[in-house]
Design a protein around this ligand. Structure first.
Ligand code: NAD
Length: 295
């Protein structure tokens, strides 16, 4: 397996492409948006520059990594030699079903189709393909080049061979794969998202401000980032989609997204990627609390 296609060049897609390319794989990075591809490549270059500056990799490693990545603007291009496709497009069920139908037609019959979805049913995605035993969840964590975990999600029909292949492949990337079953939110987001949602609810109820909530969790619970900062980092639209998938999937009100989260997404405040969420990122990457909104 030398050729890996990555669908989506956003927050996760560029990190996944970076990680495979740095491990010597040829990566076809595919996004319908030219702008996303440009930004994705710029992010990869910036992250590699940082690694060179810290003497973790050489200039030659950087050049080889970038040389391993080619870009395309259509899901059906660049997948004809792929041993594996990792889909990391927007967290939306209908979009993922459409992409997997297209991939199933365009890819060789032995290509494994993986999705980086945070919460959507692998079994449901697999069902629109003619190869459900070869569809699997490969849930990387953000930022992908740094985070060790890959949550490997077996759909109802995913075969042992495919699961073992993806577990071993993840190890060759220097990751620690962990196998879980296919229920809404899997393990990572089933536990993380209710906490982030509760932090937003705490803010919504006026119990404390953004800085105070994040400080309590950072200093009190030794979390490296406060929950509101983490929500901004993940993307508030992504958090909302995941909560909605769990709310629909379990029919349990405990997963209902906080109205403030819904409002912010409707207002286009998506966190770091839009320049503003619970913090303001417009002037620099250093977060300033959006105090006027929440004090
Ligand atoms: P994002 O919004 O940053 O990027 C999504 C990309 O998909 C965009 O560049 C968009 O142009 C592209 N896209 C949309 N439709 C497409 C299509 N038809 N073909 C090709 N590209 C298309 O989103 P993200 O945060 O990178 O999330 C991607 C996936 O990874 C989602 O399933 C998400 O749930 C999952 N995920 C996200 C995080 C996180 O922290 N953001 C963590 C783990 C998993």
């Amino acid at each position: 397996m030398k050729n890996i296609a990555v669908i989506g060049a956003g927050t996760m897609g560029n990190g996944i492409a970076h990680t495979f390319a740095q491990s010597g794989f040829k990566v076809q990075l595919i996004d319908i948006s030219e702008d996303s591809l440009k930004k994705g490549l710029a992010t990869i270059t910036k992250n590699l520059d940082r690694m060179v500056a810290k003497e973790k990799i050489s200039e030659a490693d950087k050049a080889n990594t970038l040389g391993n990545i080619t870009t395309f603007t259509s899901v059906t291009e660049g997948v004809e030699y792929a041993g594996l496709v990792v889909e990391a497009a927007t967290e939306n069920l209908d979009l993922k079903l459409k992409i997997f139908k297209q991939l199933d037609e365009a890819c060789p019959e032995d290509t494994i189709l993986a999705t980086n979805t945070s919460s959507i049913s692998i079994t449901q995605i697999a069902a629109v393909t003619s190869r459900p035993s070869m569809v699997i969840g490969m849930h990387f964590m953000n930022p992908v080049p740094i985070m060790k975990l890959v949550e490997i999600i077996r759909g109802y029909n995913t075969s042992d061979v495919v699961t073992n292949t993806i577990m071993e492949l993840s190890k060759t990337l220097g990751k620690v794969p962990t196998e879980v079953n296919d229920y809404p939110g899997f393990v990572a987001n089933r536990i993380l998202m209710p906490m982030l949602n509760e932090a937003i609810e705490t803010l919504y109820n006026g119990v404390a401000g953004v800085n105070e909530i994040d400080t309590v969790m950072k200093l009190g619970m030794a979390h490296p980032m406060g929950p509101l900062q983490l929500a901004d980092f993940i993307g508030l639209d992504v958090c909302l989609s995941i909560l909605n998938v769990m709310y629909d999937g379990f029919k349990n009100p405990k997963y209902a997204p906080c109205p403030l989260l819904v409002n912010m997404v409707n207002a286009g405040k998506l966190g770091i990627k839009s320049g503003e969420g619970f913090y303001d990122y417009s002037k620099s990457r250093k977060a300033e609390t959006v105090a006027s909104q929440f004090s």
